[in-house]
Design a protein around this ligand. Structure first.
Ligand SMILES: [Zn+2]
Length: 1087
């Protein structure tokens, strides 16, 4: 009877089935702040009251830091220290003027200060409500306390991050400063963000209000937004989707625009129907099904590009703005955790804002809310830096973290870089890092990378537990959809079902906002109530806990699939070539630093009392080099002012100061040695040769000779015969005289002109000019055949040189000198053809200049030097994965070999290469017009060499490529040279290279600022690697009175093993070593 009493027997009130699309579309009305019904919906109640700039309640005055037109936008006077401005203002030395709405400030890159005085109406103060100062000048700004100099929060401009939550006080009077930088979050690009900047942009004051908010209405806004997203984005076959839509519609029915108290009723209704009881508080995260599977972990971050569409100088300010905002948020949201990478950025912060660093940031690190992460000095490019540079990225990064925070990161954090070298896993493992995070491969424009969670193994087998956030972004807004995508797009769900969501505004810095944290609380609350159809989202577990969870659920990672070799990025292939001068200077700086450490180490060991190892200078120079390896600087994707005013002068300074240090130590050594001089190289194998051989008289057979025919210039030296066409200037034949084998192929393939043939490609990528060169460019090319002349410019028994001048356009020509030197039958001398090319006045637009070598070689793979080793890539287009590698990265050489012979192309400053079919192609110059409108315009000198050889790739190529780059020689007296060589030397398998030596960082005597302990004895660190991919044995020799030898990690902190040493009959210590294929090994010799 009871059921029939509630069920109506006769229908007088028919109901309809709602139409899904109409009911879903209606939801937008409720929270839309634009639109026709905004006064009839929730936005009406967001504020209880608001007062705009009136110079009474809101008093705003401004001061413009002088900026002379045409001057350097990065000079220190453009961004004066806070203290100096505030003190000068206090003394009345700065002229502050009244600001008004709509006023424009500028120009781009200048600084404007605002003095803000607020007088809050009594009623507002008495309400005890949290009040807001809202500010928007379309630029970036930061709120500074004039007494403590501690920043409170930052403004991003243009509607992003505009609110400063005023600290509560009794009298309602406030006084603070805002420093604004006249640039947007993404610089000052004209028309589009990645266009060259408009240097005369101005920034309008749009907002300077005090606001008494209705927090209940603002909370309902977030509730409703997330509920609406659930209605829109949950799958159609879930009951919860349709329920969300119905509940949201009912909420709208309940709302009364005439009655503010209806807001509260709406919230209570939603809480009952779709959220849990703790909605809107941090307690949601300890509620819900404790056994339910967490499918989305999250961590706040703000990717701050160390330079990109803004200079380093502005990045220093982005750091303090971004991180200050985050530290303030942490006070408001106890669950909130934030990770930040790049030791360089922490160092800048420490230098410029020590108060904030020590009093705010360090405590947040100690409270496990702020996590320094990453382990490298900057988020570096991994394609182009040399091996030692990559090692030092971690060396300095980890030692900085250890020194200032007592932690080292066990994760390499590199969400955004343009490809990942096959030696990254090993260098990480050697630096205390076992985990890796990146995201950029989701940008591949050809193949979709198959894993989200996997083990990445490098060329030596070292592996890293790797995660790529399934949401495919490192700047998630914590939308409902971001959480859903992180859960649903997981490509490794059969092994591990969860993903990490990286949320927070980024690239230009910024980081998470209050709104993101509020949204996440709603999403978790909905999941608590409705189950896992809404992914269970975790906030407040750090990145380490996430990776621990992977290990726990995958049999310590052993069940995960493996990806071997490089993580080739199928995009941004132009970055191996763009900004040629930066790349050339980087190679040079790396070599100079190598030589400085080599010679200074030995000098400081031989003369411990008289010569002081210049550790402070060396480390400073390394820091500069590492900084310029940031993933937009060295790849060439920054705006012009970064190269013009910052990285180029910085790298030039490194080279110059290295030369100064070398001159200093060589002068010292000359004063301490006398007698006959001997030439010393910093390449060990060259010195052992010099020891045994005097300048040998070479038989006439191996002199350089020149023959001329009607069509050809023929150079020969007993080893090689090289023919240059007198009309085209191309090398049409290279014959190995001992075997008679020809290396050039003119009969087949697309290039039938010859080697050292210049070719110009159209280079108009779909977008991202400085970054990309696209597949279709490969078949849109012209050979440069307008020859001005082909002449012999020198011919002696020491060498023959032929000059070829090629016209590119009316005002651009290429002058190339091809030299065959005399040969030495017992060494590799005379085995290569040296080419020096000067491109005069390169003024192209969207063209790509390359030089080709058609070779008589067939193999499915070619080899390219990478850091401390070699990476192989296909020479065919079998699969789309092979096609994607149409342009690849190399270091000092690329080699193409078949069983009986091969050709290596050596170079001194280039990184782009391709080998397909019978064609090897070295990339020389590009001409993108954005974001640097003048990228690579001007003249360039480029050296490369052709080394034809017998058999497959061997140590000969590795060594010749070194010799082609490490060209400086040093004169020492014979005795001193001998002592120098005896300090450390190596003999054994040819594939072992002694690459670097340095003093132990923790040596007592040298006083490094990076020292973390004190070595009992003086020490020397020796870095050795296996270069070709095969087990190798060798012996290190040292005349030092050795106490012990340890095989150590890259940080010089962990000892892997104690190495046995024995003294031979000449009183020299012998240290036997065995290396795995491509192993990088460091030994610390204590004496
Ligand atoms: Zn980036």
């Amino acid at each position: 009877m009871s059921s029939s009493s509630s069920f109506t027997r006769i229908n007088y009130d028919p109901q309809f089935k709602p139409v899904k699309s109409i009911y879903e579309n209606r939801l937008r009305q409720f929270i839309s702040s634009g639109g026709e019904y905004k006064d009839l919906n929730l936005p009406k109640f967001y504020d209880k009251a608001r007062i705009s700039l009136d110079q009474s309640h809101v008093k705003l005055r401004w001061y413009q830091v002088p900026f002379e037109k045409g001057s350097s936008p990065v000079s220190p006077d453009k961004r004066p220290p806070w203290k100096s401005i505030i003190e000068a203002a206090k003394k009345g030395e700065l002229e502050f003027q009244d600001a008004h709405m709509g006023q424009a400030f500028g120009p781009s890159w200048s600084t404007t200060w605002f003095k803000v005085e607020l007088s809050i109406p009594n009623e507002w103060v008495q309400s005890k409500d949290q009040l807001i100062f809202q500010f928007d000048c379309c630029n970036e700004g930061v709120v500074i306390d004039p007494e403590t100099l501690v920043p409170a929060t930052a403004f991003s401009g243009n509607g992003e991050r505009t609110e400063y939550l005023l600290p509560k006080n009794e009298d309602g009077e406030y006084f603070f400063y805002i420093e604004t930088g006249n640039n947007g979050m993404f610089g000052c690009g004209e028309g589009s963000t990645i266009n060259p900047p408009d240097n005369n942009r101005t920034f309008q004051l749009k907002n300077a209000d005090i606001v008494w908010p209705d927090w209940e209405a603002r909370a309902l806004y977030i509730d409703f937004w997330m509920l609406g997203d659930a209605a829109r984005e949950l799958p159609d076959d879930t009951f919860q989707k349709h329920q969300a839509r119905q509940i949201a519609n009912k909420c709208m029915d309940l709302f009364d625009p005439q009655d503010r108290s209806s807001v509260k009723k709406c919230r209570e209704f939603l809480k009952k129907e779709y959220f849990d009881e703790f909605n809107g508080t941090e307690r949601v995260y300890s509620h819900g099904d404790p056994d339910g599977f967490t499918s989305v972990y999250s961590i706040g971050n703000c990717h701050i590009d160390t330079a990109w569409l803004w200079p380093f100088a502005e990045t220093k300010r982005k750091i303090v703005r971004s991180w200050a905002s985050q530290c303030t948020l942490m006070d408001e949201y106890p669950e909130y955790q934030f990770a930040a990478s790049q030791a360089q950025q922490f160092k800048w912060l420490l230098q410029e804002h020590p108060e904030f660093f020590k009093n705010v940031l360090v405590p947040k690190v100690q409270q496990s809310q702020f996590f320094p992460i990453g382990g490298s000095w900057v988020e570096n490019d991994t394609n182009i830096p040399g091996g030692e540079s990559l090692a030092r990225q971690f060396f300095f990064g980890q030692r900085f973290f250890l020194k200032y925070f007592g932690i080292k990161s066990d994760i390499f954090w590199l969400p955004d870089t343009f490809g990942y070298s096959s030696q990254v896993p090993q260098l990480c493992q050697l630096s205390g890092i076992t985990k890796f995070l990146t995201q950029k491969l989701s940008w591949n424009n050809i193949n979709s990378f198959p894993h989200s969670t996997f083990n990445w193994a490098g060329i030596d087998g070292s592996q890293l537990l790797t995660h790529m956030p399934p949401g495919n972004t490192y700047t998630a807004d914590s939308h409902f959809g971001d959480v859903l995508r992180t859960a649903k797009q997981n490509k490794s769900a059969e092994f591990y079902g969860a993903g990490l969501m990286l949320y927070g505004k980024g690239d230009g810095g910024g980081g998470p906002t209050r709104e993101m944290l509020e949204k996440m609380r709603r999403i978790r609350s909905m999941s608590n109530k409705n189950g896992n159809v809404i992914p269970k989202l975790e906030v407040g577990t750090d990145v380490d806990e996430f990776y621990q969870d992977i290990l726990k659920r995958t049999n310590q990672g052993n069940d995960l699939p493996t990806w071997s070799g490089e993580l080739y990025f199928e995009f941004h292939r132009g970055t191996y070539t763009s900004q040629a001068q930066t790349k050339r200077l980087m190679r040079l700086a790396e070599i100079k630093l190598h030589d400085v450490e080599w010679i200074a180490t030995k000098a400081s060991i031989l003369y411990p009392d008289e010569y002081k190892y210049p550790i402070a200078k060396i480390n400073e120079l390394w820091e500069n080099v590492l900084l310029c390896q940031f993933h937009d600087v060295l790849p060439g994707s920054c705006i012009e002012i970064v190269y013009k005013y910052e990285s180029t002068p910085l790298l030039e300074k490194v080279v110059k100061e290295c030369e100064g240090l070398l001159e200093e130590v060589m002068t010292f050594l000359h004063e301490n040695g006398s007698g006959k001089a001997q030439t010393l190289s910093t390449l060990t194998w060259l010195n052992s040769l010099h020891e045994t051989e005097d300048d040998k008289v070479v038989a006439e057979e191996f002199h350089a000779k020149l023959q001329e025919s009607k069509k050809l210039f023929i150079m020969s030296n007993g080893k090689l015969s090289v023919s240059v066409d007198r009309v085209t200037g191309a090398i049409v034949s290279i014959i190995d005289l001992s075997s008679g084998k020809e290396f050039i192929d003119l009969k087949h393939g697309r290039n039938k002109l010859g080697a050292n043939q210049f070719v110009i490609f159209d280079d108009k990528p779909l977008s991202w000019q400085a970054w990309d060169t696209e597949l279709y460019s490969v078949n849109q090319y012209k050979y440069l055949t307008k020859i001005e002349h082909v002449d012999v410019i020198s011919a002696s028994k020491k060498g023959v040189t032929i000059e070829v001048v090629v016209k590119v356009s009316e005002d651009c020509k290429i002058n190339t000198k091809i030299t065959l030197p005399a040969a030495n039958p017992s060494t590799l001398e005379g085995s290569q053809i040296n080419i020096c090319t000067i491109v005069e006045n390169w003024q192209a637009k969207n063209k790509f200049l390359k030089v080709e070598f058609p070779v008589n070689i067939r193999n499915e793979f070619a080899s390219y030097e990478t850091q401390f080793g070699v990476t192989k890539r296909p020479t065919h287009y079998n699969t789309s994965w092979d096609v994607a590698k149409f342009e690849v990265c190399q270091h000092k050489f690329a080699d193409y070999s078949e069983f009986s012979k091969g050709v290596s192309i050596l170079n001194n400053c280039k990184y782009g290469f391709s080998t397909h079919g019978n064609l090897m192609r070295l990339s020389l110059l590009r001409s993108p017009k954005a974001p640097d409108a003048h990228c690579d315009m001007g003249s360039h000198e480029i050296s490369y060499a052709i080394f034809p050889h017998k058999g497959m790739l061997s140590a000969d190529t590795v060594k010749l490529a070194h010799e082609f780059n490490y060209t400086d020689k040093y004169q020492l007296s014979v005795n001193l040279a001998k002592a120098f060589n005896n300090i450390i030397n190596i003999k054994g398998d040819e594939n072992v290279i002694l690459s670097n030596i340095k003093r132990g960082e923790d040596d007592k005597g040298i006083k490094s600022e990076y020292a973390l302990k004190t070595n009992e004895n003086d020490t020397m660190v020796v870095r050795v690697y296996e270069s070709l991919g095969g087990e190798a044995t060798a012996t290190l020799f040292s005349s030092l009175p050795i106490k012990s030898v340890e095989k150590i990690d890259n940080l010089e902190l962990e000892v892997e093993e104690l190495v046995t040493v024995k003294k031979n009959e000449k009183d020299i210590f012998e240290i036997p070593i065995t290396l795995r294929p491509f192993e990088i090994a460091s030994y610390r010799i204590s004496f």
